[in-house]
Design a protein around this ligand. Structure first.
Ligand code: FAD
Length: 609
């Protein structure tokens, strides 16, 4: 009898250093960055050594606690305190010591000034090992970056160092009970005083990494409305609101930020999600960041980075689930091949069944394709530091377009991928003995926070593809056409290059068809099927990533100057072919749906539901 004890229910592998090297340095050529003055202190070998040390840290401190933290979630004591797993403090301290909180910050600000392409390789490993705990590190890094980019020298000196040292936790506090997707409706108020601070009153819900007992102080980057500010998004300002404020003599005093609760969630249970109340005793001070009423513009910088980060996290967790499924199918035997009629013959390993292979390859195609798209975004983010003029503007526009796509595609498809991991394990996949159900539960939030898939889709169709008269769309077309031309140099890739060209043409044609509604000011009609548009764009853009991967692998095999195993590179080409057979054709269905008149705009009659 098989029982869970017969299998290794702890995954041996959660990430893949070979894959990271291939994506970052071969497919996306991030080594080019090291030729630029800003990054010239680094080379590929050093970068790989840093990534390897991040892996060792994750293997020792994070991964062994992944399931344990799920079973021992963050807990509210009923009186302002949230208790987290004791390992959290160890993880944050050790990650901070290796420099992973301030990794991409400049030397001037106390960081390691490494490209996001390298930093996010390390973060990917943390996300795959224990995604909730990486959230604490990522939020701190993002909050610090907002302060260094838009704060005063004094604010940088006061808050950034303790955040980078892991002593203080940064958060982003936007959501309120009545304002989630619609930030225009936030109400938290900021009253000016004759001192250097505003008095803050209000509450924020769902604040990740919010006040808990494993950290000495919290720096909440908070959106609030200064009294008399214009309504809507034009009247929102950004404030630093610490849990304990720093007095002139350097001592800390309580800043009237009360933790009123911790949400019990279906996933990411080790990652605190708190309800914060500011100024109940009329003693909460907020310090304005940058100019008044520009808060949302500043916050969007962090949100855009976080959207890429969430997309990457979804891909990373899906990859970890794939690794767990891959391990299981090589241990468990079940049934025989369809042509084998002899019941006396030994059962075969699960991996030998065609349908199991289909599920595994689907997972791999989604997880690695989405991870490649995240790497594409990280590289473009890095290029912002080194490009100038028109090149910089174009790079920025393209990144703007890709950001909602990596967020939405990766988070939605990673759910499907992790669901398949459960399916591959069969009944055991559904039990708490194996981690894949946790991966699946953890992934669900990725399609919700940092803007839901619905909001990302409206951002893509409503803003990104039309900004600058469709310039971002033209740039995307140019980049994809470049990749198609490169693939066409390899006979074996020509059919796939042709397929992508067809999908790209369909994407452009349907975009132009839809633009007519926007031009006629029929905005409801224009945006009603934005999610289908996103689905189409996601499949096509990840198809582009797979063609890049296939071309890179083909080139490495041809040149025969590499350290990858043959199976690794051939596996990339095989997965690309799989993607083109089973996933890319989905764009055609989306295009058919988009061609037809949408009937969703007519659904104002609630009785239909
Ligand atoms: C675990 C967790 C952690 C979080 N962490 C943070 C954090 O650290 N900081 C923070 O500020 N917030 C955080 N959030 C809040 C999160 O960003 C919001 O939950 C999210 O933006 C959605 O807002 P909402 O929950 O109010 O849903 P709603 O805005 O009510 O949306 C509900 C549904 O309606 C759809 N919808 C809403 N408006 C429209 C529209 N105009 N057109 C079409 N469809 C629409 C949405 O797509 C969604 O499907 C977190 C939430 C969770 C659950």
């Amino acid at each position: 009898m098989n029982s869970p004890q017969n299998y290794t229910n702890m995954s041996k592998a959660f990430s893949d250093l070979q894959l990271l090297e291939f994506l970052i340095f071969d497919t996306h050529r991030s080594e080019e960055l090291f030729k630029e003055e800003y990054y010239e202190h680094l080379d590929k070998e050093q970068a790989l050594a840093m990534i390897a040390s991040a892996h060792a840290l994750a293997e020792r401190d994070m991964f062994p606690y992944y399931q344990e933290m799920d079973g021992n979630p963050a807990k509210y004591d009923g009186n302002g305190k949230v208790m987290t797993h004791p390992q959290l403090k160890v993880i944050v301290q050790n990650a901070a010591e290796q420099g992973w909180i301030g990794a991409s910050a400049s030397f001037e600000h106390g960081g390691m000034q490494i490209p996001e392409s390298v930093n996010n390789a390390a973060q990917h490993i943390f996300q795959a090992a224990n995604n909730g705990v990486q959230g604490y590190l990522g939020l701190s890094a993002g909050a610090a970056r907002l302060i260094t980019n838009f704060g005063t020298m004094e604010q940088v000196e006061r808050y950034v160092k303790p955040i980078f040292e892991g002593q203080w936790q940064g958060t982003m506090a936007l959501t309120e009970p009545q304002a989630g997707s619609s930030l225009a409706d936030i109400k938290t108020s900021a009253t000016p005083t004759d001192q250097d601070y505003y008095k803050i009153k209000g509450q924020k819900i769902f604040i990740s990494a919010g006040q808990h007992e494993a950290c000495d102080n919290f720096v909440h980057l908070t959106l609030a409305r200064i009294e008399g500010a214009p309504a809507g998004v034009r009247g929102i300002s950004l404030f630093i609101i610490p849990k304990y404020r720093v007095k002139d003599d350097g001592d800390l005093e309580y800043n009237d930020v009360f933790c009123a609760g911790e949400y019990e969630k279906m996933g990411q249970k080790g990652y605190a999600t708190t309800h914060l109340v500011f100024g109940d005793d009329d003693n909460c001070r907020g310090y304005l960041v940058g100019e008044a009423n520009k808060g949302l513009t500043y916050m969007f910088q962090l949100m855009n980075e976080a959207r890429i980060g969430v997309g990457q996290t979804a891909a990373s967790v899906a990859l970890a689930a794939y690794k767990a499924a891959l391990q299981y199918v090589q241990e468990r035997s079940q049934g025989r091949h369809p042509s084998e009629k002899d019941p006396e013959k030994d059962p075969v390993l699960l991996i030998e069944h065609a349908d199991v292979q289909r599920m595994l390859l689907t997972q791999k195609a989604i997880a690695e394709g989405a991870l490649s798209l995240a790497c594409e975004c990280n590289k473009r983010y890095d290029l912002e530091h080194v490009l100038s003029g028109k090149e910089k503007d174009d790079n920025h526009l393209l990144l703007e377009l890709l950001t909602p796509v990596v967020k939405a595609y990766a988070s939605e498809e990673a759910s499907r991928s992790a669901s398949l991991a459960i399916q591959v394990l069969g009944g055991y996949g559904y039990t708490l003995d194996f981690p894949v159900q946790q991966h699946y539960r953890d992934i669900k939030i990725m399609a919700i926070y940092e803007g839901t898939t619905g909001i990302q889709s409206m951002d893509l169709l409503g803003r990104k593809v039309v900004i600058n008269n469709g310039r971002a769309l033209q740039l995307l077309t140019k980049e994809i056409s470049k990749s198609i031309a490169q693939a066409n140099e390899y006979d074996g890739l020509k059919p796939y290059a042709g397929q992508l060209e067809e999908a790209l043409n369909g994407f452009i044609a349907i975009s132009q068809h839809l633009f007519k509604y926007a031009q006629n000011n029929e905005l409801e009609r224009y945006l009603s099927d934005a999610n289908v548009y996103m689905e189409m764009a996601g499949h096509m853009i990840v198809g582009w990533q797979w063609l890049k991967i296939g071309t890179t692998a083909s080139q490495l095999i041809k040149d025969n100057k590499h350290n990858y195993t043959k199976g690794f590179l051939e596996g990339k080409i095989h997965t690309m072919k799989f993607y083109y057979k089973y996933e890319l054709p989905k764009t055609k269905v989306c295009i058919e749906v988009l061609k037809e008149d949408s009937w969703l705009t007519d659904l104002r009659d609630y009785n239909w539901f």
